[in-house]
Design a protein around this ligand. Structure first.
Ligand SMILES: [Zn+2]
Length: 738
């Protein structure tokens, strides 16, 4: 109250311009050195993320191309007039404007002006960045803009082994000591390795938050280049770098300018991956176009039966072909054994070989239609596979329907390209595919028709549309598609329109049909009922995605191979991880689990499935909270997992846990012991830290298969949890305010 302290500081000394708001400090080189960003200071922890370099500090770089394909690259160090001004705006923010004017491009003088604006707000530890380029060039077009470009990030104090990088790869992944990792490159949208638009670099508990807060999912690329120097030179300066590459609309044509239509965000925080996720969550849920439908509990377009599915099966391990009758009889046995809501993700229901002749999925295999009916009568839901993105160059309709008109086309980087090329991809079948443009009505209708036919004629409960959420977006330059050339956000708007139409038409007959896709690209969540998380099991995983989207979208499944059942610890570990991360379980075709020799695994799967059903208010509709810190170290297990000929080594705790807050205000503590031996779980839970009212009594009860059992009442601020968990068991506790 009545603080005289100024909120913002702006200072220019001999070498630098410094701005801060008491939480984050940014240091730029002076005009004569190009205004590069030379430091970001976490004022909360006093930690600096960058050290001075002998090179000029970076900030932005723009690439122009002329009609001959020649590149003209300019950056913040370019020879030109530079100036800056800083002002407090009427709405109480500090805006720093950096300007470069009269930049020459090739033989064109004074062809480009660049303006960077940086906004600091009161009491927020983030800085918001935009770049604007104005160009008068008649010879070269803007191709891409790297902004922001932060160099020399790293361990400016202590030991770089205290550094870590947090990336939104699948569930979320931590790379400890980034010196040991390779370059991390990702395209957005692209759920295979960049589910959300942020990453974070931490030194102990000093965090640097790097993001784009783009509510409409424009095409962009993120890169983190780790400094891999591991030598002993005392004066080695850290050189990890971070860049976002932005792409203007109508690349290849002369445009008067470009301005990033979203904020790039550089921020600081104190804490860990969970704290970083909550910064993003705070922005995304309120602002992103894909969050406009609200959380799951507020949505009436995600059917109830689907929310309750707890195990997913495949016809066969490794996507092998299997006769429909055989699939059906195995699946019915599986359902009888587990007696929980299960669904079959049906691959190879069509006569064409897998990854061949798409999108000519019909006719179906004999027995498919009857099989769907028999399964549904037995209480099994059925979701066949199709691909939402690929067209086989060698199937009949490619020529008959002139489908080439509707595929994505790439352009060499140049002004006014004369010839565009089709993007060509191939997978295990080695058949050649075009990548179709989701913005074209032709392709939207094609997918909608296939799905409608599966629903209307074959009675399926939903359709999985492969690759939509997994594959990196393409820059499409076809001028006949009606979207901007190259950059833009038509990848999202095109797929949204496809999925909207598909859902609407499929639901004419069956109002509770669902659609899902591969991997977890956040921006498609409006019309996809769930994301398949099969790809995310490598390295040190953290539930970064559920920490942002818990209660807002549904995830299901991980990849299992036959080896996982032969090594039951692997099987249990994958299940346990999915369970505590809040995903629907399974995604395997391992029917030998029904054999007597796998009784322990069957029982563990059955238990997890039952508990998921009992804990839906936490695991499906709840918000994922900060993880528990064990008071007694939890033993770990090292496992080797197999993935299409590759091996993946992981180390996991034998007790896995998560904390969720239900909408009724209760807290759920979810623990599972993945090992066969008893393990001791010791925690101290402070309900106030999870937002429960302070100074009240708390009632702790245990949710079990036989009902909810009162465990105790606590008047203290801390609730001790000490329990010896039997092998392959679940402990689900509920904390309520009294
Ligand atoms: Zn296109």
């Amino acid at each position: 109250m009545g603080s005289e302290k100024r909120c913002f500081n702006i200072e220019e000394n001999g070498f630098h311009i410094l701005v801060d708001n008491g939480l984050i400090g940014l240091e730029f080189e002076k005009a004569e050195n190009g205004f590069g960003l030379s430091n970001v200071v976490n004022v909360l922890t006093g930690y600096s993320f960058m050290l001075p370099s002998e090179e000029k500090a970076t900030l932005w770089q723009a690439e122009f191309r002329d009609a001959g394909g020649r590149e003209h690259i300019i950056d913040n160090g370019v020879d030109c007039k530079r100036s800056y001004r800083a002002e407090e705006t009427p709405d109480g923010n500090l805006v720093l404007q950096l300007e470069w004017s009269g930049i020459g491009l090739g033989d064109e003088k004074e062809a480009v002006d660049v303006q960077v604006s940086l906004t600091l707000k009161k009491d927020i530890s983030l800085s918001y960045w935009r770049i604007k380029l104005s160009t008068r060039s008649e010879k070269a077009c803007l191709w891409q803009v790297t902004f922001p470009s932060l160099s020399n990030i790293g361990a400016t104090r202590d030991d770089p082994s205290h550094d870590l990088l947090i990336v939104p790869d699948g569930w979320g992944r931590i790379y400890r000591d980034p010196r040991t990792m390779s370059v991390y490159n990702a395209t957005y949208p692209g759920g295979w390795n960049f589910a959300m638009q942020f990453l974070a670099f931490c030194h102990d508990r000093s965090g640097l938050y790097l993001a784009s807060h783009d509510p409409r999912a424009y095409y962009k690329r993120f890169a983190f280049n780790p400094d891999t120097y591991t030598g002993t030179t005392a004066n080695h300066l850290p050189q990890s770098s971070f860049q976002v590459v932005n792409f203007p609309e109508n690349m290849g044509t002369l445009q008067p300018g470009y301005e990033t239509p979203y904020d790039l965000v550089v921020g600081v925080f104190e804490g860990d991956w969970y704290d970083a996720s909550q910064i993003y969550r705070e922005w995304v849920l309120k602002n992103a176009s894909w969050c406009r439908q609200g959380k799951l509990s507020e949505r009436n377009d995600v059917p109830d039966w689907f929310r309750k599915i707890v195990i997913w099966c495949l016809p066969e391990a490794d996507f092998a072909e299997k006769d429909p009758d055989e699939v059906v009889s195995m699946m019915i046995k599986f359902k009888e054994r587990f007696d929980v809501p299960v669904a079959l993700h049906w691959y190879n229901w069509h006569k064409i070989p897998f990854d061949t002749d798409y999108p000519e999925y019909f006719p179906v295999k004999g027995g498919f239609k009857e099989g769907v009916k028999r399964l549904q009568e037995a209480g099994v839901r059925v979701m066949p596979y199709i691909n939402g993105r690929l067209f086989d160059f060698n199937c009949k309709s490619w020529r008959l329907e002139s489908a080439e008109k509707y595929c994505t086309k790439e352009s060499a980087p140049r002004l006014k390209p004369q010839t565009l090329q089709n993007y060509v991809e191939f997978y295990g079948s080695r058949q050649k595919f075009a990548v179709m443009c989701p913005y074209t009505g032709y392709w939207q209708d094609k997918i909608a028709q296939i799905v409608k036919r599966l629903v209307d004629e074959y009675g399926v409960d939903g359709v999985y549309i492969d690759q939509i959420a997994a594959a990196a977006a393409n820059l499409c330059f076809d001028p006949n598609h009606g979207h901007p050339l190259g950059g833009g956000n038509y990848w999202l708007s095109g797929y949204e329109e496809m999925l909207r139409k598909t859902r609407e038409r499929a639901r004419e007959k069956r109002p509770d049909v669902i659609l899902t896709s591969e991997c977890n690209a956040e921006c498609f969540m409006t019309y996809l009922d769930a994301f398949l998380t099969w790809h995310t099991f490598q390295g040190e995983l953290v539930p970064l995605f559920p920490a942002v989207y818990g209660g807002w979208t549904i995830t299901f499944g991980t990849f299992f191979s036959r080896d996982d059942l032969e090594n039951p610890s692997s099987f249990a570990a994958k299940l346990g991880q999915m369970f505590v991360f809040g995903a629907q379980l399974g995604w395997f075709g391992l029917y030998e689990i029904l054999d007597e020799r796998h009784r322990t695994e069957t029982e563990y799967l059955r238990k997890l499935a039952k508990y998921r059903g009992l804990g839906l208010k936490f695991l499906l509709h709840g918000r994922l909270m900060r993880p528990l810190e064990p008071e007694v170290p939890i033993p770990t297990i090292s496992l080797r997992w197999f993935f299409f000929g590759r091996t993946v080594d992981v180390t996991l705790p034998l007790i896995m846990s998560s904390v969720w807050k239900a909408e009724d205000g209760t807290l759920g503590l979810i623990l599972t012991n993945i090992s066969t031996m008893p393990q001791l779980a010791v925690y101290r839970v402070c309900p106030e830290e999870y937002g429960l009212p302070a100074g009240k009594g708390y009632l702790v009860s245990r949710i079990t298969e036989k009902g909810t059992v009162k465990m105790g009442e606590y008047e203290s601020a801390e609730i001790p949890v000490k329990k010896l968990l039997p092998g392959r068991s679940v402990l689900m506790l509920q904390v309520e305010t009294q």
